[in-house]
Design a protein around this ligand. Structure first.
Ligand SMILES: [Zn+2]
Length: 354
């Protein structure tokens, strides 16, 4: 008989939470999310006679419940869409075993937050953690001013942040391997694809990521907002495109073929946000993006140094969806990346022939 995987256990926990009373309901729901981060299969832990309480989100009562499931596996219900298409950490690592060079050769991470908005660490701390992972660069993408709830920053704060980034870069200039902190931002796009910052401030950044954070529960087709966002001359990367969140929000729907075709035409990138609860783009959409030939950017959406490891989710999604390495921004050198941004910017400002 097949052992239950952490993905099966996550689903059983989520399903059980739907009929449980508080406080168990909350614990089940939380553990269902945490299961995606467990470093090894819970079934192996049980086989080895260890306690599941060493796993995040598991106390004595969940230990008993999950142990029973592992010993006498119930049927796994069909996954509802809101929980479909999420890799566990264990599964992501298995996928990456087929191409160990990917984890070794990835040169940078293109989405993360710091104390400047809603992150928990300084730019210096994020940079240090990235150096320890062997990266050559990171992009700092704190939230822009329109997203007040996440401590979004305005144009003058962005300028002040530039000074701090310059200091960090100067301090790191003498390290053995070259490392650069790139200036970026998570531009907040309104549903018509417009950003919330002055274009002049954005043009001084090394690259610009733009994301939707509002009207994310619309049921109708949203193709037009994606096309408008991609045509926005200020951004080069469309971040967490669907806006989905595990067991919380389905995200938007669109004619993705048209969206990715336009991204390919403009040579812009669509993101795989590797935050475990997001994994957005999801595998099915990454495959469509591959077909259209558009570029892929991988960002962990880290809010602290320990989350940089979420890179494994994005790399595994890309690998299993058949993305070629030369389509992924994160395998470019910093100079190649900046060269690409320059060419996209040039293309975006060129007016169409009359
Ligand atoms: Zn965001």
């Amino acid at each position: 008989m097949d052992l239950l995987t952490n993905s099966d256990i996550a689903e059983l926990l989520a399903t059980a939470s739907e009929s449980a009373k508080q406080p168990l309901q909350k614990a089940l729901r939380r553990a269902s999310r945490k299961a995606f981060l467990w470093p090894e299969e819970a079934a192996h832990i049980v086989q080895e006679g260890r306690s599941l309480e060493e796993l995040a989100g598991i106390g004595p009562s969940l230990n008993r419940i999950i142990r029973r499931w592992i010993q006498d596996p119930p049927d796994i219900p069909k996954l509802p869409e809101i929980r479909t298409g999420f890799l566990t950490s264990v599964r992501a690592r298995e996928i990456l075993e087929a191409k160990p060079s990917w984890l070794r050769d990835v040169k940078g991470d293109l989405q993360m937050h710091t104390l400047w908005s809603d992150g928990t660490a300084s730019i210096q701390e994020m940079a240090q953690a990235a150096v320890e992972r062997g990266y050559e660069y990171i992009a700092i993408t704190d939230h822009a001013k329109g997203l007040k709830i996440a401590g979004g920053i305005d144009e003058s704060q962005l300028d002040t942040q530039a000074e701090e980034i310059a200091q960090v870069n100067a301090a790191m200039a003498s390290t053995a391997k070259p490392f650069r902190v790139l200036r970026s931002i998570e531009l907040n796009l309104n549903p018509s694809g417009a950003g919330d910052m002055e274009p002049a401030a954005l043009s001084r950044l090394n690259l610009v990521l733009g994301c939707f954070h509002s009207a994310l529960r619309k049921k109708e087709d949203q193709t037009e907002r994606y096309l408008a966002a991609l045509r926005n001359p200020d951004l080069q990367i469309l971040g967490h495109p669907r806006g989905r969140i595990y067991n919380f929000r389905l995200g938007l729907s669109a004619d993705w073929r048209r969206v990715f075709d336009l991204a390919a035409d403009l040579d812009k990138a669509v993101e795989i946000d590797s935050y475990p609860d997001r994994q957005d783009l999801s595998g099915d959409l990454i495959k469509l993006a591959v077909k259209a030939g558009c570029r892929i950017s991988i960002g962990t959406d880290s809010h602290g140094p320990s989350q940089l490891r979420f890179m494994e989710f994005g790399l595994a999604s890309a690998l299993s969806a058949g993305v070629k390495l030369d389509r992924i921004l994160n395998f470019m050198t910093a100079d190649e990346l900046l060269g690409w941004v320059a060419s996209v910017r040039q293309r975006s400002t060129r007016r169409p022939a009359a």
